[in-house]
Design a protein. Structure first.
Length: 351
């Protein structure tokens, strides 16, 4: 819900501000633009927890030497449809974009692509990379592990991250179907944002350190998040951590560090995949079938009070269209954080 007091900022102005700030701390322009695009796109799609609010944390980690913006994005293994990238502690967004472009290239050549990334950092909104793949008429997949937030089913100590899963399907002439979700009842970033705003969180989102339900975001950040679907969500968190962390040779379980943990680099690992749908069914047939599929789903008889049935990613696309036209709303706390960054580096804020 957008606050009535929110300041609206043009996406272009916010993007340029991000690029300039990152440039002041030694991030080369090419990389700064990738990170800025990721943050602004998240805000445009209504994912404020992964938007410009993250910029101060990124800046602090670079300044403290916990993100290395000059780390080489190195392809350490390349074998047919499979590749492994070592980010050497560079920005997660930069490594993920390298993996995305490589996945697109390989899927067009081999039909499928599986790219692992190790020794990276938080890669922001997963849909950023899946949307790039979908634009090429491919099915896209993006998974990442994350710092501990979810306890094993029955436990009270956080061991698994919220570990996002994102899968996207191309749709000609319409909004692509993009499922982008954390494996918790809510993304941890939303709880951080609530803590920043001094707001309570809904019941069922998280537990405190003793495993008791809590509506206090600060207590939730010290405790654990509730997995989606109970034990099923715990299982999903575990397998994503295995694939993105253990299998790629990156960090996993409690060794992955949070953005606000300045004890060591994050060590995040992730997985980017692409599938060439035209090798399974002629693309012209796929276009017709998915169009009818969408029509059938949206025409499902509705429950009382429901005006429209939405497909995954459809509401985010509409929000993006609206915010592209009217500006991105920034709450007071985010505005203050941006002002502090601007003052710190002697840059004019974007509002």
């Amino acid at each position: 819900m957008v606050s009535p007091a929110a300041i609206r900022v043009k996406a272009e102005d916010l993007f340029n501000f991000c690029v300039e700030i990152l440039g002041r701390i030694g991030v080369k322009e090419e990389y700064a633009k990738i990170v800025a695009e990721n943050l602004v796109l998240a805000d445009l799609r209504g994912r404020e927890s992964h938007g410009i609010a993250r910029l101060p944390s990124y800046v602090e980690r670079v300044v403290r030497g916990l993100i290395d913006p000059s780390g080489p994005i190195e392809v350490v293994m390349d074998y047919g449809a499979v590749a492994l990238i070592d980010a050497h502690n560079n920005f997660g967004q930069v490594a993920a974009m390298k993996a995305t472009l490589l996945a697109i290239e390989k899927a067009k050549k081999f039909g499928v692509a599986a790219i692992g990334v190790r020794n990276a950092n938080h890669f922001g909104m997963a849909a950023h990379f899946v949307l790039k793949i979908v634009e090429e008429k491919l099915i896209g997949v993006a998974l990442s592990n994350a710092p501990p937030a979810i306890a094993p089913w029955g436990g009270k100590k956080a061991m698994f991250g919220t570990n996002p899963i994102c899968i996207g399907f191309p749709v000609e002439g319409g909004s692509p179907i993009v499922l982008d979700m954390a494996i918790s009842e809510v993304a941890r970033g939303k709880i951080r944002l609530a803590a920043l705003k001094g707001e309570k969180i809904p019941e069922g989102w998280a537990f405190d350190e003793e495993g008791n339900p809590t509506t206090d975001p600060k207590a939730a950040l010290k405790g654990t998040l509730a997995p989606i679907g109970g034990a099923k969500g715990y299982g999903l968190a575990l397998v994503v951590d295995l694939l993105c962390g253990l299998v790629t040779g990156s960090k996993y379980l409690q060794d992955v560090k949070a953005l606000d943990d300045f004890s060591a680099p994050s060590g995040t690992g992730f997985f980017i995949g692409a599938i060439n749908v035209s090798l399974f069914t002629p693309y012209h047939e796929y276009k017709e079938k998915i169009s009818k599929y969408i029509e059938t789903v949206k025409n499902c008889p509705k429950r009382s009070g429901v005006k429209e049935i939405f497909l995954p990613g459809e509401m985010a696309k509409r929000e993006m269209d609206s915010r592209s036209k009217h500006g991105i709303p920034l709450d007071e706390e985010v505005v203050l954080a941006i002002k502090r960054l601007a003052e710190r580096f002697g840059i004019k804020p974007p509002f």
